[in-house]
Design a protein around this ligand. Structure first.
Ligand code: SIN
Length: 282
């Protein structure tokens, strides 16, 4: 009997796919995120887990449409400090000539201080500066897999404390009275979709490694942060255009937003799905 080609339509059949490098990042052209099917949403969730970052251009949508689109990828996260007051499931990303800081100006995984930290972040930038404003992303699969086997084995025994007051109380004095989440997560986590191990400590939120002396914890965290920052082959860089929407998977990536456009304006909205409690599979 002749085999029948009954494969269901794939979002990749009608997208132009361009991988940014071997480790991380894929741009998909020709996709309108407001008109994808449920099976295409599922396919994109799997692809984000594999590639870490997906870039979509020309996604003209209102904030309400972006929130509705984001909900199709999972229950939405409400930011513990900066949720928008009119749209609690959205986070304004904005810097201009009056800004004292810009969000995400160091390597981090979004809100890793939460008990169940975010899974997929979806940032749509509406206003871009004439130059700069890129976001760098790094693969935490590659960061873990690039370590020596003895170091990998050592890290598998460790857990780290992630504290919300590290980014918020120190730098953002305006919200200093608020209480922030503090939670313990494995230093290496298993991605539930791919089964791959990913490094899960970041300078944005990680306070210390449990069970180590203070100097040991500091030295080990600095070493791991250097692995992320210096291995440019684990990284990709997204250059934004108006209405570019980039999705990243916080379970297997970190990112760094470059504030190199002051005093110009860069402005957009992020919606983010809730993730599961990080775990390391035996
Ligand atoms: C963030 O979500 O950390 C901000 C990222 C960006 O502005 O590119």
């Amino acid at each position: 009997m002749q085999a029948q080609a009954t494969r269901s339509a794939s979002v990749l059949d009608r997208a132009q796919r361009m991988d940014l490098n071997n480790h991380i990042g894929t741009e998909l052209r020709g996709i309108d995120l407001l008109s994808i099917s449920d099976s295409e949403v599922a396919e994109l969730k799997q692809l984000i887990a594999e590639r870490g970052v997906l870039v979509f251009r020309d996604q003209n949508m209102t904030l309400e449409e972006q929130i509705a689109m984001g909900r199709r990828f999972g229950e939405l996260h409400v930011h513990p400090a900066f949720a928008d007051k009119d749209h609690p499931e959205a986070l304004r990303i904005h810097a201009d000539a009056n800004s004292k800081y810009a969000a995400g100006e160091l390597w981090h995984s979004d809100v890793s201080c939460d008990l169940e930290p975010p899974a997929i972040s979806m940032l749509r930038i509406e206003v871009v500066p004439t130059a700069g404003g890129d976001t760098a992303f790094a693969s935490m699969y590659a960061a873990y897999e690039g370590l020596s086997k003895p170091m990998q084995a050592f890290l598998l025994h460790l857990e780290a404390v992630h504290a919300g007051d590290i980014p918020y109380r120190g730098a953002f004095k305006a919200v200093s009275d608020q209480e922030y989440p503090v939670n313990v997560h494995p230093v290496v986590r298993t991605h539930p979709f791919t089964g791959r191990k990913a490094l899960y400590v970041n300078p944005g939120f990680t306070d210390k490694i449990k069970g180590l002396r203070a100097r040991e914890s500091k030295a080990l965290l600095e070493l791991l942060y250097d692995v992320v920052a210096y291995n440019v082959e684990y990284q990709c860089r997204v250059h934004w255009e108006p209405q570019t929407l980039t999705m990243w998977d916080n379970r297997c990536t970190q990112h760094f937003a470059s504030w190199d456009y002051f005093p110009q304006t860069r402005s957009g909205w992020r919606v983010t799905t809730r993730g599961e409690r990080p775990f390391l599979a035996p």
